[in-house]
Design a protein around this ligand. Sequence first.
Ligand code: NAG
Ligand code: NAG
Ligand code: NAG
Ligand code: NAG
Length: 246
Amino acid sequence: MRYSSVAIPLALAARAAAVESDVWAFGNGFYTGPPTNAHITRATWSLVPPDVPSNYTVNNTDDEVWVSLWIGLSSTAGDYDADLYQPLLNWSPDNQSQGCPAPDDEWCVAASTYTPDGQNGQAYVTVPADTQVDFEVYVENDKVYQVVTMNGKTVSKESDALDNPLLYLYSGDECYTGSGDCGTLQSYSWNNLTIHLSAADENFGDTLSLYSGSSSNGLTTSDKGKTWHTDAIKISKDTFATVSDY
Ligand SMILES: *[C@@H]1O[C@H](CO)[C@@H](O)[C@H](O)[C@H]1NC(C)=O
Ligand SMILES: *[C@@H]1O[C@H](CO)[C@@H](O)[C@H](O)[C@H]1NC(C)=O
Ligand SMILES: *[C@@H]1O[C@H](CO)[C@@H](O)[C@H](O)[C@H]1NC(C)=O
Ligand SMILES: *[C@@H]1O[C@H](CO)[C@@H](O)[C@H](O)[C@H]1NC(C)=O
């Protein structure tokens, strides 16, 4: 089945509007949640990063563009007041502006959490081209743990207090336009996504919403609704909106 919806999650629109003087663009993506009478206790997924964006523009090197790809978990669908546990990939034509040690044609990755008081993030680690990155986010004793792995080795991890039970999981193709625009991002795929719930919800799969250019066979369960899985959610090639589109 192919799900689709035109709406960008409130979340992202709110985040975009919250920073008045800067312009943010969000590309293709998906979200899922909330479960009925349950919360998310664990999620795992993988990604082989696409090529870094092409045809981007930077008009002033003091105001660089950057692009971030992530799946995050939160108690809300993007409320600015809620924490978002979002291990993320980041790329900028000026790696130094982001504290990313990767060369310009590779991404960095780090465990990271958005909080209303700012971003708690770990140091960026280079993702060598064509390398699979594995992500795990889980809740234990009111803490949220993020573990980022490459080739079986943990490369970044973080734990933060859980602000509220996790009800939503959603992706972001996030572009900070800086003094230019983010150009074109090639297609890629969030793979092997598994979501564990605290209690069975046989209808959780129906909450998957794919907006603009994303597609998937959908979430399926083999234990009557406690655990949900999809092999892939494909995010199609996308040219980010430019400043003049706003
Ligand atoms: C970059 O822009 C050029 C000129 O507009 C175009 O021919 C090319 O297809 C673009 N490349 C990508 C990856 O979008
Ligand atoms: C940015 O990448 C270049 C290689 O392209 C590397 O020499 C340099 O050290 C990197 N900068 C930082 C801040 O890591
Ligand atoms: C960047 O420069 C190009 C070419 O001069 C221009 O078309 C574009 O509007 C500029 N973008 C911004 C954000 O100023
Ligand atoms: C999919 O994820 C599960 C849980 O993390 C893992 O055990 C399994 O090896 C992964 N499968 C592939 C094909 O990577």
